[in-house]
Design a protein around this ligand. Structure first.
Ligand code: ADP
Ligand code: MG
Length: 366
């Protein structure tokens, strides 16, 4: 999969730019705060359905304007596609495929696939569980559209159940009755999502081992395992997982009412990353944590290729300057033969033999 060009209008600090990319390494460079990451944001919005750093879509609209646009042209083995997004200050954003409006964002997720790597991702091993959940959710969503639907259904039920748990205007008996209805639904979706996450994490484990071995010479063995909220052993069937959640909900009803929130479910899942059997969060050095984070990102690309037959587009946001020479050259040699769009303040680290360069100043290409 290759990006041909991106056209941004009133997007962040970019008034209007159309940028073409080559099929290999593309370097977007310039000083800080000029709009380099804004360009990646305009591309990645099609992989994720929303920005990777703005909490509200409106933040993407250029100050003083009412509407921002991003138009992405890319190709894959089945041909060329144009995806567009219109972000308005007065209505929800709309996505377009080949100029036709799509009814739901989830319809376009998975068409343009991309692996994004930001400096903050280097901390994924020791960050909070929500960061690791988000990593696998974004990765799986691009490969299995049904997953987004399951997640959004789950979040709706969870929100409703939590609202009921907090109600003070009805009896405790009534709260229990209403919650049981939601718990049934939640247990079912938990079993489906757990199965998909387990499958993804098994693949992640396989590729992380491979990349990490390559990077470090194989003295240390990482393992990535699913630290699921159901705490059943790997290999439990979907029905066993569903039953386990029903049991957990039944036995925690009093506590759930006390705390006003749902205490078990896929929103409590985590990934555990060990090195030589020791929990990476506590025992891996900073260097090892960075190598693991790199291996996870590389693995994400590999799983995407395995599932779809082609590599996703790699977006590297200012991440090379954070890495030492060894890791930097490892990344550059491993992403050979894939399309990569890199932002950096230091273009001099690239030899310039195979790369295309785009210089950005104050939101403009110069
Ligand atoms: N909605 C917006 N409208 C106009 N400018 C914006 C908007 N959001 C961010 N900016 C500007 O964009 C710049 C940051 O762009 P960014 O792509 O993060 O920089 P960098 O080149 O360091 O990656 C800042 O100057 C910021 O003021
Ligand atoms: Mg930046």
């Amino acid at each position: 999969m290759k990006v041909k060009n991106i056209e941004l209008t009133s997007f962040r600090n970019i008034e209007y730019e159309k940028l073409d990319f080559n099929e290999g390494v593309n370097v977007i460079y310039g000083d800080n705060a000029q709009g380099k990451t804004n360009i990646l944001e305009g591309i990645y919005i099609f992989a994720r359905g929303k920005s990777f750093r703005a909490s509200k879509d409106k933040e993407l609209i250029k100050f003083g304007k009412n509407t921002a646009y991003s138009l992405l042209n890319f190709n894959n083995s089945s041909g060329d596609t144009t995806l567009g997004v219109e972000i308005s200050s007065s209505k929800p954003k709309s996505f377009y495929r080949n100029n036709l409006k799509v009814s739901k964002t989830s319809e376009i997720i998975g068409e343009f696939r991309s692996v994004l790597f930001c400096p903050s991702h280097l901390g994924i091993i020791s960050d909070s569980p929500s960061v690791r959940r988000s990593f696998i959710d974004v990765a799986i969503s691009q490969l299995r559209p049904v997953y987004i639907k399951l997640l959004s259904k789950y979040n709706n039920y969870l929100m409703n159940k939590n609202a009921i748990l907090k109600r003070e205007d009805i009896s405790e008996q009534r709260i229990k009755e209403l919650c049981d209805i939601y718990s049934e639904e939640l247990a079912l979706i938990c079993s489906e999502i757990s199965e998909i996450r387990q499958d993804y994490i098994n693949k992640l484990d396989h590729y992380v081992k491979e990349f990490f071995k390559d990077m470090t010479g194989g003295r240390e063995l990482p393992t990535v395992t699913y630290d699921a909220s159901h705490s059943l052993k790997e290999g439990a069937s979907r029905e066993e997982i569903r039953q386990k959640y029903l049991d957990l909900y039944a036995s925690s009803r009093e506590r759930e009412i006390k705390y006003g929130s749902t205490l078990y479910g896929i929103h409590k899942d985590d990934l555990r990353i060990d090195i030589n059997g020791k929990d990476g969060r506590f025992y891996a050095s900073q260097g090892q944590q960075r190598s693991l984070a790199l291996a996870m990102k590389m693995a994400e690309g590999e799983i995407s290729r395995e599932a779809t037959g082609e590599y996703p587009v790699f977006l590297l946001d200012d991440v090379l300057s954070e890495l030492d020479e060894k890791r930097k050259s490892y990344v550059m040699s491993s992403i050979d033969k894939r399309q990569v769009i890199i932002t950096t303040c230091e273009p001099s680290v690239f030899k310039g033999d195979n790369e295309s360069f785009i210089r950005i100043k104050e939101g403009k290409r110069i």
